[in-house]
Design a protein around this ligand. Structure first.
Ligand code: GAP
Length: 513
């Protein structure tokens, strides 16, 4: 897909989300609040379904994982121990002419991604020119233009990696200058120095100024799991290796909040901390990498739209880290992080709190601070990936067009829409009867307004996998028309069989077995 085309598709997805009640800009009557969004009637259903699916696959299908719901506010020392007060920073840079603020690392990453794009485009051009005779690997290894860009890319990648590792902000600025990166607003290359910026939001608790103390809105849900680790272990009677899972809001004062719900200042994480014996963490890291990739595939994402990306710079707590990236219309970007967090967090909490956070291992007769492998996926980013993956503007055989969301049936906000063909002759009553019967098992929708064709199109745009139409024959033969969203095929089926047929089609277990 060309860049312009994919930008258009992304804009279409954003408009679609608003028009069809998935996502609204926050407080829009006051002209909105930048990068904050509300989830409408269909968005809240889809988000909840993704969350439930994650919870089922993580907690209910794993004997060794239990859940937790910790508070957003935590004792301020939590964030000292976790390293967030001192190290949860992003390097920022301002353009002196436009006053626009950027993340310095993102400016560089985008410039490097453009080089990769250039290499891919050269290959595409040559492919078109040489057709079937084209040997892509040989071309990439020998073409002088490609080699020049590759060399430049490698040089900058290693400079960038080293600058991040050394925390060398002067070098980060120098890379921006050497890459000749210009501000997208002013077009100028007139940059300030790069500075570190802490991403945590703070607020005050307590009503009297002298007694008030600063607390933070949690920037990750994980710390609630760490500080509760021993209580959960004792009460759930779990033995290592075991995990604790949690879903909840997290807050980060992102310098550049952008790309719709991809990067926002308030978002939701679905995290799982897996506690293991020291020394076994790499084995578990591999295990969770595979499991999590399998989960993303089960959302209907094609293999070529998902990839692993090893971190260039490890977070302050990790000894190995990888992202699972999804191919959004704006390129491959992270949806999940998998980190081997060592014993960093538990050890620091133990030190700062003075409370032992050790586990007694009955198999080895030893007490130790466990190591942790973490899986952390953004709920909102997964939502965006599902929407981008599902959105299609199709040209039909009769020349007309339809917008359809091919959301996996088990996640769809509505699973069955029920339509009486006309608003009279007892059809609404019969349709209502069917609706009332099926609503115990499925997410339902009822509508009698407009032509059947229009009603079908509207459900396509909401991602509803099945529509049932009740016509005059239904009253005598007890059969209805079941229409499939993806194939648009219609079949006559008896009312008695509806539950069985649809149950099979909306089964959430298929992708995970
Ligand atoms: N506890 C580890 C942790 O928080 P992370 O890689 O910083 O790791 C994990 O975040 C996931 O949370 C990301 O992969 C992303 O899906 C989501 N996430 C992080 N920052 C976000 C933001 N500003 N907006 C939306 N989602 C975000």
């Amino acid at each position: 897909m060309s860049k312009d085309n994919s930008t258009n598709v992304f804009q279409e997805v954003i408009s679609h989300c608003k028009e069809y009640g998935f996502i609204f800009p926050s407080s829009e009557i006051y002209d909105g609040l930048g990068a904050v969004y509300d989830y409408g009637p269909y968005g809240v259903e889809l988000k909840k379904n993704i969350q439930e699916y994650w919870w089922k696959s993580m907690v209910q299908l794993n004997e060794s994982i239990v859940g937790l719901d910790a508070a957003i506010f935590m004792h301020p020392k939590t964030w000292k121990a976790s390293g967030h007060v001192d190290a949860f920073m992003d390097p920022l840079i301002d353009n002196k002419d436009s006053k626009k603020r950027y993340r310095a690392d993102v400016l560089i990453e985008d410039a490097l991604a453009k080089m990769e794009d250039k290499i891919a485009k050269e290959a595409e051009k040559a492919q078109k020119k040489f057709g079937d005779a084209f040997d892509r690997e040989k071309f990439l290894a020998t073409n002088p233009n490609v080699l020049r860009v590759k060399e430049k890319l490698t040089t900058y990648e290693s400079r960038f990696k080293k600058a991040l590792e050394d925390n060398d902000l002067t070098e980060v600025k120098q890379i921006i200058i050497d890459l000749e990166i210009a501000c997208e607003l002013s077009g100028s290359k007139n940059w300030t120095d790069v500075r570190q910026f802490n991403l945590m939001f703070s607020t005050e608790v307590g009503s009297v100024a002298e007694e008030a103390s600063t607390i933070y809105l949690r920037p990750e849900t994980a710390q609630g799991i760490f500080v509760n680790f021993l209580q959960v272990q004792r009460t759930s009677r779990k033995k290592i290796p075991f995990g604790i899972a949690q879903v909840g809001k997290a807050f980060r004062n992102e310098i550049v909040a952008r790309q719709f719900i991809f990067r926002t200042r308030e978002f939701e994480q679905m995290e799982m901390q897996f506690f293991v014996r020291p020394g076994s963490e790499m084995e578990w890291y591999q295990h969770w990498k595979e499991q999590r990739m399998k989960w993303h595939r089960s959302l209907g994402f094609a293999e070529e739209n998902l990839k692993f990306f090893d971190h260039l710079k490890l977070a302050h707590y990790a000894n190995a880290a990888v992202d699972i990236q999804f191919n959004f219309p704006f390129g491959f970007k992270e949806i999940e992080g998998i980190h081997s967090r060592t014993d960093f967090d538990l050890k620091n909490h133990q030190e700062l709190s003075g409370k032992k956070l050790q586990y007694f291992d009955p198999e080895t007769n030893e007490s130790y601070v466990p190591y942790v492998v973490e899986t952390s996926v953004g709920l909102n980013r997964t939502f965006l990936a599902v929407m981008c993956n599902a959105y299609k503007n199709e040209k039909l055989e009769d020349g007309s067009e339809r917008v359809v969301l091919s959301i996996p049936a088990f996640l769809s906000p509505i699973q069955i829409a029920v339509f009486p063909l006309v608003k009279k002759d007892g059809l609404p009553e019969k349709a209502q009867e069917i609706y009332d019967e099926l609503k115990w098992d499925f997410r339902m929708f009822y509508e009698e307004k407009d032509s059947i064709g229009k009603r079908y199109r509207r459900q396509d745009a909401l991602g509803t996998p099945y529509c049932i139409t009740i016509d005059h024959d239904t009253l005598t033969d007890n059969m209805v028309t079941l229409r499939d969203r993806d194939t648009m095929q219609q079949e006559r089926i008896s009312i008695e069989r509806l539950k069985e047929v649809v149950t099979q089609k909306v089964d959430w277990k298929k992708g995970l077995r």
